[in-house]
Design a protein around this ligand. Structure first.
Ligand code: PBG
Length: 307
């Protein structure tokens, strides 16, 4: 009766990694308990999500080195892994929402989120490609477009293109406050861009030392038409979640990223932390900090515990 916050499966967005083939579940070394799944297995996972009351799945593709190009053109292929996974989810678990990242890093040979000239990111040229990527994903059935690339002006450009193409109902969740973080390490392993990444993402992702800058970034994305905003990583940035929620009163999400998952899952595996309590306490803390929802690789585990 006096509990201030509650955690339910309805709070979760479950990120899944899709890979080629069929019947494939491929372990990811730095994320014990998380596998890359072929499209058919993504469908099976979506049915599980539906049964557990998880409202949304986020899809990330694994692309081996030979599938990557400097311009990341596979992002625009309407039959790429993401689009096939989206269609599979919509067919097998139509009630589950699908969120897709807009960024080129799963497809570029240099592992960056945008197009490059030498070591420089080309902002405006990248935005033009991201708009096309968003349209391809929406046409495949994606419900929420999540620009994670951090280029300037991309939320407004995507919003404009969606309206023009008649997709007024597609939601935009912007990765508004996205820090240049060491906690993304295992993710880059999972999508195959770890070996590929040349340099770092500090010119377009935020300095972990800055809090006010996050507020400015969120304000910009809301002004450009974002329906919801995200703070990422999660646990080390709960102060930012709280500030964003208090300041803007828009649906605010937090991403418990791959490195946070790895820390907790690794310690559980060694018997250093109590599995069930640690998973649930960690996620409850996001709610207490003001998050309306959480992207978490623990979504299925936590939903089972709560069920
Ligand atoms: C790509 C993207 C990243 C994550 C989500 N989208 C990695 C990055 O910016 O390098 C990280 C998610 C995680 O670590 O779980 N733009």
């Amino acid at each position: 009766m006096v509990r201030e916050t509650h955690l339910t499966p309805d709070d979760f967005i479950w990120p899944l990694f899709v890979t080629g083939g069929s019947g494939v579940s491929e372990p990811i070394a730095s994320m014990p308990g998380v596998d890359r799944l072929s499209v058919d297995r993504i469908g099976a996972a979506a049915k599980e999500a539906e049964a557990l009351g998880i409202p949304c799945i986020a899809i990330f593709p694994y692309t081996a080195a030979e599938g990557r190009t400097p311009d990341g053109r596979e992002a625009l292929n309407p039959d790429n892994l993401v689009c096939r996974a989206v269609r599979e989810i919509k067919e097998r678990a139509p009630k589950v929402g699908v969120l897709c990242d807009v960024a080129l890093d799963p497809y570029t040979s240099h592992g960056h989120d945008g197009l490059m000239e030498g070591t420089r990111i080309l902002n405006d040229e990248t935005v033009a490609v991201l708009v096309e990527q968003a349209l391809v994903q929406v046409k495949a059935g994606c419900d929420i477009i999540a620009p994670s690339d951090m280029m300037d002006g991309r939320v407004g450009a995507v919003r404009g293109a969606l309206e023009k193409a008649g997709f007024q109902d597609t939601l935009i969740m912007s990765y508004a406050a996205k820090y240049a973080s060491a906690f993304y390490g295992p993710f880059r392993d999972a999508i195959g861009s770890k070996g590929a990444l040349v340099g770092d993402k500090k010119t377009y992702q935020m300095d972990p030392a800055n809090g006010d800058e996050a507020i400015r970034e969120v304000a910009l994305d809301i002004a450009e038409g974002a329906d919801m905003v995200m703070v990422k990583p999660g646990m080390p940035y709960l102060d930012i979640v709280r500030r964003v929620k208090d300041m803007f009163h828009v649906p605010t999400f937090a991403y418990q990223v791959s490195g946070e998952y790895a820390m907790i899952a690794g310690a559980i595996e060694r018997g250093w932390l109590d599995r069930d309590r640690t998973i649930l306490e960690g996620l409850l803390a996001f709610k207490r900090a003001g998050a309306d929802g959480i992207l978490t690789y623990f979504a299925r585990d936590a939903a089972r515990l709560l069920g």
